[in-house]
Design a protein around this ligand. Structure first.
Ligand code: ADP
Length: 260
């Protein structure tokens, strides 16, 4: 009996310690895996523009007698790739900063008018110059506790996407609404839209619905990850709604601060 109970005890403690290790290690293993996937994706994104620049530079070295005018195409392609690297590095830094414990957020009680007009103004010009329509319906007078710069950045990401993925003659709209304890910002467009299958994926890092289409629009698939992080820092939500008959609709939900 002693041997059997000792054996049973030994087996049970073995199973328990195995389960405990699995449970406690799972988040760590998951985050290692996520981190290594992230580094892998980031390296891949960095490699493509670097390879193009390297190729162009090596080619230019073989033509020492050519003028800048002769090689304008190679120089301009290299410059485009440098700009791409620049924006990618900024997005990566932004994500790393938002992830880190030292992420500084400057929360202040503020009204929407103090973060809406700065992003809307430049987009009015950009959207109209591209032959698209811009409808603005933002006028809510509520108190929110936000980091204005971060919310401006969030609006720029959503407006930039709406503009990028909407063809000529399309309409981009920004509106706001207050309901009980919540303040909602909606950015909608009549562009290419997002399929139901892609909706849960597009907030993922480096996720792009159509890589060839996005190559033309210059995205890295990081904008919406940054947008989502900003919204979470503000204890809010971001989600996609159907925009019938066509296009996309992004909704940002932020808590209203009633007592100031
Ligand atoms: P990107 O820099 O590629 O735009 P994002 O993270 O901002 O990266 O967006 C991820 C993907 O979601 C985009 O590549 C695009 O396929 C899709 N997407 C985002 N916004 C829209 C939109 N308004 N209309 C259609 N597709 C969109």
């Amino acid at each position: 009996i002693l041997i059997i109970s000792f054996g049973a005890f030994w087996i049970i403690s073995l199973i328990l310690s195995y389960l405990l290790t699995r449970l406690t290690m799972r988040p760590i293993i998951k985050s290692w895996k996520q981190q290594s996937e992230f580094v892998n994706d980031a390296a891949h994104e960095l490699r493509t523009p670097l390879a193009i620049i390297q190729g162009k530079m090596e080619y230019l070295l073989t033509k020492p007698n050519n003028t800048i005018l002769d090689e304008a195409e190679s120089i301009s392609v290299s410059l485009d790739e440098v700009n791409r690297l620049n924006s990618l590095t900024n997005s990566l830094l932004e994500l790393a900063r938002a992830d880190s414990a030292t992420n500084k957020v400057d929360f202040k009680i503020t009204k929407p008018e103090f973060f809406m007009s700065d992003p809307i103004k430049p987009f009015t010009e950009i959207i109209e110059s591209q032959g698209k329509h811009f409808e603005i319906d933002v006028n809510k007078d509520v108190n929110l506790k936000v980091d204005r710069d971060k919310i401006k950045q969030l609006l720029i990401i959503l407006l930039d996407n709406a503009t990028k993925y909407t063809p000529k003659n399309g309409t981009i709209k920004i509106s706001d609404r207050a309901d009980g304890n919540k303040y909602y910002i909606t950015v909608s467009d009549t562009g290419v839209g997002i399929s139901d299958a892609d909706k849960p994926k597009i907030f993922g890092r480096f996720y792009r619905v159509d890589k060839s289409r996005t190559k033309a629009t210059g995205g890295h698939g990081l904008g919406l990850s940054i947008a989502q992080q900003i919204v979470h820092t503000h204890h809010g939500k971001i989600y996609i709604e159907d925009n019938k008959p066509q296009g996309s609709k992004f909704v940002v939900e932020l808590p209203i601060k009633h007592k100031v």
